[in-house]
Ligand binder design. Structure first.
Ligand code: TYD
Length: 216
């Protein structure tokens, strides 16, 4: 199948990735605030979600009621939510020159569905190329935290979804897969940030990386 060529973009796409309890959501809020203060035109979105339609898909794919969901259904729902957010929000924003901060994106599928669920990286990357219209992050920040720490933080927050209920071994595999990707892509815009540090320390580390990237 022929795909459209990547849409030329002037903005900057920054992704936060990582396993459970790394603090991505809090850090996205803090980064957004700092970027706005610095006068940047910034939007932040999460995957799955970020549009009315994608949030409906999120509800289906993450609801703890849907334990019967097939692995293939899961793969396709994450991609469906992604196609919608890239078409509706991410690509127009990048074309308009904005900074787009994403709480998870295509590499979450590479890790969770491709490497851990076993669909393979090749298939997931092919689907990612369709759903993102060949858009890749300019910078990927991996918030890395030991599984025990991440799951304890998640339990404290009381916010547990279907994937949080997976066994500890699943989360260990997720962490390992992310670290493998980070190692492979060290010179291609991936940076590992130690997310076991305090929120303030992580915020400072992320700000240094982002402000350097955006030349603020
Ligand atoms: P969410 O509560 O947003 O994640 P977080 O743990 O970052 O707070 O839930 C998203 C869950 O969906 C998370 O367990 C990872 C998973 N996921 C995938 O398996 N594949 C994907 O492509 C995406 C975007 C998320």
């Amino acid at each position: 199948m022929k795909h459209k060529k990547s849409s030329k973009k002037n903005g900057c796409l920054i992704a936060l990735e990582g396993g459970e309890g790394g603090g991505k959501t809090t850090q996205i809020m803090r980064l957004t605030r700092r970027l706005k203060k610095a006068g940047m035109d910034v939007i932040s979105v999460r995957e799955p979600g970020g549009t009315v339609i994608s949030e409906q898909i999120r509800e289906v794919v993450l609801s703890s009621k849907n334990v019967g969901i097939q692995d293939t259904t899961e793969v396709l729902l994450f991609q469906a939510a992604r196609a919608q957010i890239y078409g509706e929000v991410v690509i127009p924003a990048l074309k308009a020159g904005k900074v787009v901060l994403m709480d998870r994106t295509r590499d979450s599928s590479v890790v969770y569905q491709g490497m851990v669920r076993g669909f393979g990286r090749k298939l997931i990357e092919e689907l990612n190329e369709i759903s993102t219209q060949k858009t890749r992050p300019d910078l990927t920040l991996l918030l890395d935290v030991p599984v025990k720490v991440g799951l304890a933080r998640r339990a404290d927050s009381g916010k547990v979804d279907r994937l949080d209920m997976e066994a500890k071994d699943f989360h260990e595999q997720v962490r390992k897969a992310y670290l493998t990707l980070a190692k492979e892509n060290k010179n291609k815009g991936w940076v590992v940030v130690d997310a076991e540090q305090t929120e303030g320390e992580v915020e400072k580390a992320l700000w240094e990386l982002v402000s350097q990237k955006l030349k603020i």
